[in-house]
Design a protein around this ligand. Structure first.
Ligand code: FE2
Ligand code: FE2
Length: 287
């Protein structure tokens, strides 16, 4: 039992080249709302799905190179999370408060993946406004929100996030015993993936890879109309399109965004469970 109460995902950050190149996919195709950023760095774009979870595309600081990804868990209390992480010997690399009163703290997992623990958004008035490209200024107007009503795909929520790891037991010990996530049975055949359930029903998937391959990092987003999403993405000619069926009856569509980031869309049907069991290291079998 740790002192960290994770409520779900606050946001999933994707390193991108430029907003002109990549934001149209997230805003105009996946239908995410562009909302004012609550940080000073102009490279960070804040977008939001129906559930409130956000995707933050972050522009590269060096032309031709992408930055690093990170993942933000939502927590009830950032100060309790910091106390608990420090008690486990985890170093907090930075922490603070954003314009809207959201508190945050960053750590690295044992593979060097950046993780953030963040409290809820909009804890106080901020007066920030943005244009449809997410360029944000301190303004007087009401909070601005730019969303395409006729986007072909509607992303509803974050179903899971996949994070690359190299050494399974070391990574599980961190996510299970320090962060306090609960292992649940994996609903795919491959042994390399450990599934964790979050309190709001979303999941973290740790994916064993040789070198912690950055392309493995991805968000899995529930869409309203899965077959329609397949059509749309196929018409886009996106790279690395792959469609798969999971053992829980959900379907998944994988593809790359314009910068080569791995994106997954998941069908909206209820997941079947109860026919698989996992051991303490996430190895799963049918019962
Ligand atoms: Fe973040
Ligand atoms: Fe996935």
């Amino acid at each position: 039992m740790t002192g960290i109460t994770i409520t779900g995902f606050n946001h999933i950050a994707y390193p991108i080249s430029t907003r002109e190149h990549t934001l149209p996919l997230y805003r105009d195709i996946l239908g995410l709302a562009v909302i004012p950023s609550m940080v000073d760095g102009p490279a960070v774009i804040w977008t939001q799905m129906e559930s409130g979870t956000m995707i933050h595309p972050i522009e590269s600081s060096e032309p031709g190179k992408l930055g690093t990804f990170h993942l933000a868990f939502g927590v009830e209390s950032v100060s309790d999370a910091i106390t608990s992480l420090e008690a486990s010997g985890i170093e907090i690399s930075s922490s603070g408060e954003r314009y809207d009163g959201q508190e945050f703290a960053f750590v690295n997992d044992p593979d060097g993946n950046r993780l953030e623990f963040a409290s809820a958004n909009d804890r106080k008035p901020h007066g920030r406004v943005c244009d449809e490209w997410g360029v944000t200024t301190n303004g007087d107007g009401p909070s601005s929100r730019h969303q395409k009503a006729d986007a072909p795909i509607r992303v509803l929520s974050a179903e899971h996030v996949g994070v690359p790891i190299t050494v399974r037991k070391r990574a599980i010990t961190f996510y299970r015993d320090v962060v306090g996530l609960k292992i649940i049975p994996s609903m795919v055949e491959t042994e390399e993936i450990t599934w964790f359930g979050l309190r709001n029903g979303s999941m973290l998937h740790l994916v064993e890879t040789e070198k912690g391959d950055a392309h493995t990092y991805h968000g899995g987003f529930v869409v309203e109309d899965f077959d329609g999403a397949i059509n749309t993405i196929q018409q886009l000619d996106a790279k690395n399109i792959r469609i798969g069926d999971r053992l829980d009856g959900r379907r998944a569509l994988h593809f790359d965004d314009p910068d080569g980031n791995h994106v997954e869309l998941v069908s909206n049907n209820p997941a079947r469970s109860g026919h698989r069991v996992a051991d303490e290291w996430g190895y799963t079998k049918d019962i």
